[in-house]
Design a protein. Structure first.
Length: 317
């Protein structure tokens, strides 16, 4: 019933043989690139790389961070004519109590989507950073650029012209303030009448000129936004870098040399400039301080003159 003797040795299984008596080889392991996980990862990486390249080609063009704008006398004259005309129109609207709004920005140009296709954007549209840099040079620090978008792209022989829609936000009240000669009240000393028109009453106005605070008009209230058009007149690409050489001024733009010419012109209503509320407060304090300085010096000169006259006659006051 039970078999005696040593236990029987169990032989390992042998793979079946083929018809020629050869052993069937075991299946080879799959190579890494044949595995589905590897193929999926490779496809994902390829898509990411291709997307990065396209994104760079679409938005990664470099641009000059310098001020490359051309300022010849002819350009300045043309810019001044448009800028001063916009300020005069603003003053006329401010004098009209029924004016519905104050046009600090011109209306946007007609939108032409056909000029802003994917290929044209990549090849001919300057980077948004370039347009922002040029526009920020034209805005006072009290006004924030919140949005900018192209509306029309025009390609020329030596560059491009781009019309934009821009959106601005006022950080504080922006007011339109007439600039007038300092008033000379009756009863002033002759020396005061002679020296007051020569005093500097504002850091940004010629001698003898002051802001007429009684005639100020709020045209851009703090916290409000406005939208309008702006044009980058000429931009060009050289050695892979975009440069802006011409762009429109804004009514809000401040160029001291142009403002100095403007406020000296005789016009009706009087020439007016755009200033923030805080700047007008500083200007008022500066005007008071300048008058006090002139009066103090005149009093000192007068006292010194009386002292010399008294010593000459041998007695003291």
């Amino acid at each position: 019933m039970f078999r005696s003797g040593p236990p029987r040795r169990i032989q390992p299984s042998i793979p079946p043989a083929n018809r020629e008596g050869e052993k069937v080889p075991s299946p080879l392991p799959k190579k890494p690139w044949e595995k589905p996980v590897f193929l999926l990862g490779l496809g994902t990486a390829s898509l990411l790389i291709a997307g990065s390249i396209l994104l760079y080609l679409y938005t990664g063009s470099s641009f000059s961070k310098n001020d490359d704008e051309v300022r010849t006398p002819q350009v300045l004259q043309a810019d001044y004519a448009l800028w001063s005309a916009s300020l005069r129109n603003l003053s006329k609207n401010a004098a009209n109590q029924n004016a519905p709004a104050f046009p600090l920005l011109p209306p946007p140009a007609e939108r032409k989507d056909s000029t802003l296709g994917l290929w044209n954007r990549w090849k001919n549209l300057p980077p948004e950073g370039l347009a922002r840099a040029v526009l920020l040079r034209r805005l006072p620090q009290q006004v924030e650029l919140t949005a900018i978008a192209p509306r029309c792209l025009t390609v020329t022989e030596d560059g491009v012209t781009v019309d934009y829609t821009v959106s601005l936000r006022a950080k504080e009240d922006i007011l339109l303030v007439p600039v007038v000669p300092i008033s000379l009240e009756k009863g002033l000393h002759p020396n005061q009448t002679r020296l007051y028109p020569k005093g500097i009453y504002a850091y940004d106005l010629p001698p003898g000129k002051v802001f007429d605070l009684a005639g100020q008009k709020t045209v851009f209230p703090a916290g409000s936004t406005m939208e309008g058009g702006w044009t980058l007149r000429h931009a060009e690409k050289s050695l892979g870098t975009w440069k802006a050489t011409r762009a429109d001024l804004l009514t809000l733009t401040r160029i001291p040399a142009l403002e100095s010419i403007f406020v000296r012109e005789a016009s009706q209503p009087p020439p007016a400039l755009l200033r923030s509320q805080s700047e007008l407060i500083n200007s008022r304090d500066k005007q008071i301080a300048t008058k006090q300085t002139i009066d103090s010096r005149l009093a000192s000169i007068s006292a010194c003159g009386h002292g010399r006259w008294n010593r000459r006659h041998g007695w003291r006051r």
